[in-house]
Design a protein. Sequence first.
Length: 132
Amino acid sequence: MKQETKAFLDMVAGRRAAQMAKQDPTVVASHVVDEHSPRAVVKAERQGKVVAFEFIETSETAALHCNMEDYVFVVNEFGAVAVALPESDYARNIAVSLLTDLKGRIQKGGARGDFGFSGYLYDEMGNFKKLM
C-alpha cells in the first residue's frame, strides 16, 4: 500500500474515532489501518464492551468478496457493522445501491439473525455522511 494512502486512511479513521468519542464521552474509540489492504477499521468500546465496529473502505476494497468474512464475523460477534465508502469514488445513489447489496450479501453469507447495518460516505477531510 502506498504511504500516502496509508496516511490518508489513518487520518480518516482517526477523525471518525474522534467523532465517535465526541458524540458519546463514555466511548473509547480506536482505529487501525490494515497493513495488507487499503482499508481501516474503527472500534468503539464502552466499559470494555464493543459497541461499534466500522470498516472504512477504499475503491479498491469496497466490493471485495474476501472482506465478507470480516463483516459476517463482526455482525455475529457484535450484532452490527458499519461500512464507509469514499465520496470521491461513489455517487450517493451508487453508494446506497452498493451498501444495500452488501447488507444482503452479509445476510446470505452467514449472518445469524437480525443485525444492525449502517452505511456512510466519507470525504477527503474525514467527514462522514450517513446514508443508511
